[in-house]
Design a protein around this ligand. Structure first.
Ligand SMILES: [Mg+2]
Length: 298
């Protein structure tokens, strides 16, 4: 399948709408596993080569560019070098936090997070969590990773129930992901964050790219937006760890490098058919490339 050919009629219509009026489009993407390859140490997860430059160029042409991540917003900005993207909006902690133009906003951390922070070491010892189980302290959430254990899937299965009980006891939500269980404050998800951002920015079309279970709410939001008359397209950064994400997507690409290639295709026309600079043969060629990229023809 060509890179930017949607496999659903509605997804294709979403792509076409973005192409037709990029200045009123919203492009949002997850960070880990989508913009940045998954690595053993989450503190070392940096964007795929070319990703930030492509986002920066896209931000010149598309009305809104956003990152919607489970990370703390400022963490994603500093780790990803995302301050280089003009006008970027970063929604952290599944939409509970916002970073924009260097300003961070969000609610206070609920007390349950500190309770979990204190209880986790004892709980992991009590259930004999295998060697290699690691805790990532996100500030307003705690994530337990099993990627570095000998049998990550078995370790995840072992931990799911006790961590679920701990989350309940602290009035937190257990958020499952790619070889990770996160205990985080309830009340937000990426789907709600995406829909609210589309409304705030008065976007007339939307794309969202994600790789993990927490991104499925944003894919559902794309479908709801379409039902409300706002064309949209859901893009999966494919992973064998979460096949259900690709199954729910309109476009499937091969991990973060595939996302970078998709961005490059979207950029071929230098602003799309209505925003290209210059005139004559070159601008007509750019416009043709943009339409071709967004229609799925090669
Ligand atoms: Mg992800």
């Amino acid at each position: 399948m060509p890179l930017s050919s949607a496999r659903t009629v509605d997804g294709q219509a979403g792509l076409a709408a973005v192409a037709a009026d990029p200045t009123r489009a919203l492009f949002a993407t997850d960070y880990d596993g989508t913009l940045a390859p998954i690595v053993d140490d989450p503190a070392q997860a940096v964007p795929a080569p070319g990703a930030v430059a492509a986002l920066a160029r896209l931000a010149d042409r598309v009305g809104t560019v956003a990152i919607i991540t489970g990370r703390a917003a400022a963490d994603a900005v500093s780790l990803g070098g995302l301050a280089a993207v003009p006008g970027l909006i970063v929604l952290g902690h599944y939409g509970a936090q916002r970073w924009q133009a260097g300003v961070l906003s969000g609610p206070p951390v609920p007390p349950g997070v500190q309770a979990v922070r204190e209880a986790l070491p004892g709980l992991l010892a009590a259930v004999a969590a295998p060697e290699g189980t690691t805790v990532e302290d996100k500030g307003t959430a705690l994530a337990v990773h099993t990627r570095r254990t000998a049998d990550p899937a078995a370790a995840l299965a072992l931990l799911r129930e006790p961590l679920g009980r701990l989350a309940d006891s602290a009035a937190l939500t257990l958020e499952p992901g790619r070889l990770v269980l996160e205990l985080r404050p309830p009340g937000t998800d990426k789907g709600t964050a995406l829909r609210e951002l589309v409304a705030e920015r008065a976007a007339r079309s939307a794309m969202f790219c994600g790789d993990d279970l927490g991104d499925l709410t944003a894919f559902a939001a794309i479908r709801r937006l379409r039902a409300d008359g706002i064309p949209g397209c859901a893009v999966a950064s494919e992973s064998q760890e979460t096949p259900q994400v690709a199954e729910a997507a309109d476009i499937v690409v091969d991990g973060p490098p595939g996302i970078v290639r998709l961005l490059a295709e979207l950029l071929l026309a230098r602003g799309g058919p209505t925003g290209g600079r210059g005139s004559g043969r070159s601008s007509r060629l750019r416009a043709r490339r943009w339409r071709r990229a967004c229609s799925g023809r090669r």
